[in-house]
Design a protein around this ligand. Structure first.
Ligand SMILES: Nc1ncnc2c1ncn2[C@@H]1O[C@H](COP(=O)(O)OP(=O)(O)OP(=O)(O)O)[C@@H](O)[C@H]1O
Length: 725
């Protein structure tokens, strides 16, 4: 080793040791904060809320909680302290440290600046062209609480200092690491254009566009953390909803926010947006196209107004000297009259009276009329046959039940007339006849939500005597309370089981912030579903139109505009691809160009020198096996095998039968070597990808080319496409 090299190494070690001393100091302070929080917890929470001191301790408690989460969830990655700024000594001779949370020392001076605080923005925004007073930017690389390296950038060489500049650049070091099954935070290396989107104004809608791998997802997640930091009360109380394409994707991103100390967010895939439903299965593309179409909104509206299939269709009774009966036609009129007053489930209390009114019009005999309307109603309400009919004719219904009515061919033909073609109707019939009644698809969830809003939430059944079946004050959201049960009929009915309004109302679905990832794929019906949750929200919308798998972009755009209700839009665009090697991205971009996708082509910042390969093989199984074997040996992280729909099972079976990969194949979509269809790879990334029969992926749906483009942009290091020739 040369003297020069030895000298460099010593300097590097000294700098790392100096940073370690600072990190140790932060750690000691954090532990002290934790101790005082614990002591205070023992003394009781009330004191913590008193006066100035109390506020301070509360803050310590928060710091403690956040730190605990950091320690448990992200120990193996970037540490609590990750950044340091050395400014022009004339501005500030002391270094400033940036961390995942803010911390003060014993004298209440700033020890660590939270990355989201205004004082930290210069860490991300300063460049050599506009150094903003920063001479050196340093990123600390750590494992847990141990500093293992530093990466420096000199931003202003006009200032005289003796600061050493070490390392090879934090960004490249971060981008070259192996991919595992989850996405990690990028707090240490957020780039200036990304930082602008993260810190964008709070009002209205922020859109983040950009080609593959530009950091749209990870930036949007950091933005959610930023919003929680800036207006914690609003966003923690009102809630932040993050919607992504699939369960696999949600699991992939779920660690990012906790690693930033934030857990107060609802992460939902499109199949989980509606409370109580959890769908993972996707319909085949042709069916999904029908179910997602905006035309389904009208179809659902009609469906929600139908008579309940299988419910009694007429009613007949004797009253004094009259025979009273309600035919299908008369019942239809009562149904329409009730529906004109509000949501179906909210009308339940009005049903007996509406039926009684219709029957009273038929009472002609003198003996009947002389008792008067009031007593007639009371007589009816104490008549078991009548009450049973009312309950059976107008039961409380929920979204899944109403969607299930479409299994009845008569109902389906009636509501779909003029909306869906015979072929489209047949597709729906097939889709619902093939699966168990409750095994809903992701696409069904948006339809169920539509119906839920049309019929109103399910009332809660209450035990005997608590509530009456019949309301005393028209269509109200509040059920009559015990005190309001005043009429004879009410008293009689008070002994029967009845309904009270739902505890959870659909009005409670709203969030303070809605973040939509892979927004280019939302169908019009899905836009309606998320729109209902964001009426009073601020929004972040992330997407890349070239990766869209929805065939009617204009229809989706209209649905999206309707969901946003004219809120002001701030658009941000990201221009650099941080995922793919430049060799892989060139291949993908050439494909996009060849097949005529109007793609937003970012610049890939990293090169590996290894080009993707296209292989034609005699035997597909052998070819895939060889490719998987090579790539699994070459990369340390994940290897995705992407297949056409029709080959999924076959390839999964091959993989499991190859002893060398049996372990890596276990764990389904979360395995080291998962088998996925094109659409499932959305938003994900792998160290290496094997694409099986790409031409079949391209032709298996009307948007297959966009899907194949997505597939070609998933690998960070290696890609092999295999075709049988
Ligand atoms: N500033 C950064 N520092 C380090 N890594 C980054 C940075 N920006 C993005 N990355 C990494 O680049 C990869 C791609 O990011 P991300 O998945 O957010 O991109 P995307 O634009 O949503 O991609 P796509 O649209 O193709 O799904 C991720 O591994 C992410 O961590």
């Amino acid at each position: 080793m040369t003297e020069q090299n030895q000298g460099d190494e010593d300097l590097y070690a000294r700098e790392v040791a100096a940073e370690q001393r600072f990190v140790d100091r932060v750690q000691t302070r954090l532990e002290a904060a934790a101790r005082s929080a614990q002591e205070l917890a023992q003394e009781g929470h009330n004191r913590a809320r008193l006066g100035h001191e109390g506020g301070l301790v509360e803050r310590d408690a928060m710091v403690f909680q956040a730190a605990k989460r950091l320690a448990t969830l992200d120990a193996a990655h970037e540490g609590l302290v990750f950044g340091r700024l050395d400014l022009d000594p004339e501005l500030d001779p002391e270094p400033r440290y940036i961390g995942r949370l803010g911390l003060r020392d014993e004298a209440r001076d700033t020890l660590l600046i939270d990355w989201r605080a205004p004082a930290a923005s210069v860490f991300y925004q300063a460049t050599a062209a506009t150094p903003q007073g920063v001479v050196r930017r340093r990123v600390l690389r750590s494992t847990g609480t141990t500093v293992i390296g530093v990466e420096d950038e000199l931003l202003d060489d006009s200032v005289e200092t003796d600061l050493p500049i070490l390392g090879e650049g934090a960004l490249m070091a971060q981008l070259s690491r192996a991919r595992d099954r989850s996405m990690h935070s990028i707090v240490a290396t957020i780039q200036a254009e990304q930082d602008e989107a993260i810190r964008a104004p709070l009002k209205g809608v922020v859109t983040i566009s950009g080609g593959p791998g530009t950091g749209k997802t990870v930036v949007a997640l950091h933005r959610a953390a930023y919003l929680l930091f800036t207006d914690r009360r609003r966003y923690e109380t009102g809630g932040v909803l993050i919607v992504g394409p699939s369960g696999v994707f949600m699991r992939y991103i779920e660690r990012v926010l906790p690693s930033l100390g934030e857990t107060a967010v609802a992460l939902r895939s499109l199949g989980e947006v509606v409370d109580g439903l959890r769908a993972e299965r996707r319909d085949e593309p042709a069916v999904a196209d029908v179910k997602g179409s905006a035309r389904m909104a009208e179809l659902m509206r009609r469906l929600a107004r139908q008579a309940v299939p299988g419910a009694p269709r007429h009613f007949r009774m004797f009253y004094r000297d009259d025979v009273l009966q309600l035919s299908g036609k008369e019942l239809g009129a009562v149904r329409r009259q009730l529906l004109s007053k509000g949501r179906r489930n909210r009308q339940i209390n009005q049903v007996p009276r509406a039926l009684a009114d219709a029957l009273w019009r038929q009472v002609r005999s003198e003996r009947g009329r002389e008792r008067g309307y009031g007593e007639f109603v009371d007589d009816l309400l104490s008549d078991d046959a009548f009450v049973e009919f009312a309950l059976a004719w107008w039961p409380a219904v929920d979204g899944p039940t109403v969607l299930g009515w479409l299994r009845d061919p008569e109902v389906r033909a009636r509501v779909a007339e003029g909306i869906l073609s015979a072929d489209e109707q047949a597709l729906l019939t097939k889709s619902w006849s093939e699966v168990r009644a409750t095994h809903w698809s992701v696409e069904d969830v948006a339809l169920i939500d539509e119906l839920r809003y049309a019929v109103g939430d399910l009332p809660t059944v209450v035990e005997h005597g608590e509530r009456s079946l019949i309301g005393t004050r028209g269509d109200e959201d509040e059920a009559p309370t015990r005190e309001e049960v005043t009429t004879v009929s009410d008293r009689e009915l008070a002994g029967r089981p009845g309904w009270s309004p739902p505890q959870h109302k659909i009005e409670d679905d709203g969030y303070a912030h809605v973040l939509i990832d892979e927004a280019q794929d939302l169908t019009p019906m899905q836009w309606r579903m998320v729109g209902r949750r964001g009426r009073r929200a601020t929004w972040t919308i992330v997407g890349d139109p070239a990766q869209s798998s929805w065939p009617e972009p204009r229809e989706a755009q209209a649905a999206r505009d309707a969901a946003l209700e004219g809120k002001p839009i701030h658009a941000f665009h990201l221009s650099k691809n941080y995922r793919n090697s430049s060799e892989i991205y060139e291949f993908a971009a050439a494909y996009a160009d060849r097949v005529g996708l109007d793609a937003d082509l970012p610049e890939a910042v990293r090169s590996t020198g290894v080009h993707p390969e296209e292989r034609t093989v005699d035997d597909l199984a052998d070819g895939v096996r060889a490719a998987v074997g090579e790539l699994a040996a070459e990369v340390a992280g994940t290897v995705g095998i992407v297949v056409p729909h029709a080959r999924r099972r076959q390839v999964q079976e091959w993989l499991e039968s190859w002893p060398e990969h049996a372990d890596d194949a276990a764990g389904g979509a979360n395995a080291r070597i998962p088998v996925l269809v094109g659409l499932e790879t959305k938003g994900l990334e792998f160290d290496a990808i094997v694409v099986v029969e790409p031409d079949e992926i391209e032709t298996e749906s009307s948007t297959g080319r966009a899907t194949l483009y997505v597939v070609y942009t998933r690998a960070t290091q290696r890609m092999v496409a295999v075709r049988e020739g």
